[in-house]
Design a protein around this ligand. Structure first.
Ligand SMILES: NC(=O)c1ccc[n+]([C@@H]2O[C@H](COP(=O)([O-])OP(=O)(O)OC[C@H]3O[C@@H](n4cnc5c(N)ncnc54)[C@H](O)[C@@H]3O)[C@@H](O)[C@H]2O)c1
Length: 360
């Protein structure tokens, strides 16, 4: 099956599919929407632009004018790219049992991708009820839509997370490793997986669960370590290396994730099947290595060592063997190439924003 999943076959299998992405104007969502569109599917993005998006960027009192302008530039690029690709955007709140089915019925999707969430475990910890709503209430509405209109949707793709594994007990985890989530974000992700599997089991919903990790890439505004390091280097602030920077993460370039998800939606599968994929670069790299790449692009960057923060989770690599065997998934972007390219893009965007802000 795998060797036959060629670009031509992906295109053939996806043309005619109508994909709705719930929370699709976010970092992963807009990149995936464009990837699926390029592969021939019709796309609807459903997003209320509320979280980590246009609304927060305008109203957040803690943002300085420079960052607001930088984020604004990234967000506008997302919308222009989606518009130019012919992607339909519906501004609707997926928590609403009325609004979500209405926009979905209007588009009549054959596949759904659930992405809405507070996508940071740190932020989610401060607002657990809100985390619950954005992940699980929105998921309830998506699942109920598939149950009430069973003939139209042939697959739900659920964006879970590598955090469901909790502290890694071994250097590498695969999909059979027992999840040990802790904290509200990871537990809500794991609950989401269990609920979606229940709809697969009880109501025959075709299901694909994706577990990504530590993504980086163009137009992200989430300020994960891969973004903070570049910004600190540009501002002359130190890149903080806790415990000598020997903590490891499976850093993944967004384009590898998009390629894997597109494959998981194009592959031939039994209609009522359920499968879970780790979808990462498949290689854990140290924070010190990440800093080294920043330094190669911004030579003035300085690193500072700090004691290891013991409450930070112990992570490692995710095995991508299943995705490799089932989907012919082959990550194309090792950190040295993907992250370097992203750093260079970021420097350009930073300088462009400086020209805009300091000209006024
Ligand atoms: N980025 C990563 O490194 C990463 C890693 C693992 C898992 N994930 C998961 O992938 C998914 C997408 O992540 P992301 O990085 O694109 O996040 P993001 O914050 O960029 O995007 C989330 C989008 O969901 C939208 N949204 C939130 N609540 C909504 C609602 N009620 N109705 C409609 N839209 C709503 C937001 O407006 C936002 O555009 C999340 O579920 C996240 O937990 C992300």
């Amino acid at each position: 099956m795998t060797d036959k999943l060629t670009p031509a076959k992906i295109r053939r299998n996806l043309s005619g599919e109508r994909v709705s992405l719930i929370g699709g104007a976010g970092f992963i969502g807009h990149n995936l929407a464009i990837g699926l569109r390029q592969a021939g599917a019709e796309i609807q993005v459903v997003d209320n632009l509320m979280q980590n998006n246009l609304t927060t960027n305008v109203i957040d009192q803690n943002l300085d004018p420079f960052r607001r302008e930088l984020n604004h530039g990234f967000l506008i690029q997302r919308f222009e790219m989606m518009r130019d690709a012919g992607i339909k955007l519906d501004n609707a709140d997926a928590r609403s049992m009325i609004d979500l089915p209405e926009v979905l019925r209007d588009f009549d999707p054959t596949k759904l991708v659930h992405l809405s969430a507070i996508s940071s475990a740190v932020d989610a910890k401060h607002v657990p009820g809100h985390c619950f709503d954005l992940q699980l209430v929105t998921l309830r509405n998506v699942l109920e839509f598939t149950r009430l209109f069973p003939n139209s949707v042939n697959q739900l793709v659920l964006m879970s997370s590598s955090t469901v594994y909790g502290d890694f007990k071994t250097p590498t985890v695969d999909e059979n490793t027992r999840p040990r989530p802790y904290g509200i974000y990871a537990n809500a992700k794991y609950m989401a997986e269990r609920l979606a599997r229940t709809y697969n089991d009880q109501y025959g919903l075709g299901l694909t669960i994706i577990r990504p990790s530590a993504l980086y890439g163009e137009r992200c505004i989430s300020r994960r370590v891969s973004q903070v390091f570049i910004e600190n280097a540009l501002m002359g602030k130190p890149l903080l290396l806790e415990g000598s920077g020997n903590g490891r993460l499976d850093f993944t370039y967004i384009y590898d994730l998009v390629d894997g998800i597109v494959r998981s939606m194009a592959v031939d599968r039994e209609p009522e099947s359920s499968i879970t994929f780790n979808m990462t670069c498949g290689n854990a790299r140290t924070i010190a290595e990440l800093a080294g790449i920043v330094k190669s692009v911004i030579p003035t960057a300085i690193c500072e060592e700090r004691p290891r923060n013991k409450i930070k989770p112990v992570r490692g690599a995710l095995s991508t063997k299943r995705a490799s065997e089932t989907l012919n998934f082959r990550p194309q972007w090792p950190l040295e190439i993907g992250y370097k390219r992203y750093c260079e893009w970021y420097v350009e965007q930073w300088e462009r924003t400086q020209r805009v802000v300091f000209a006024n």
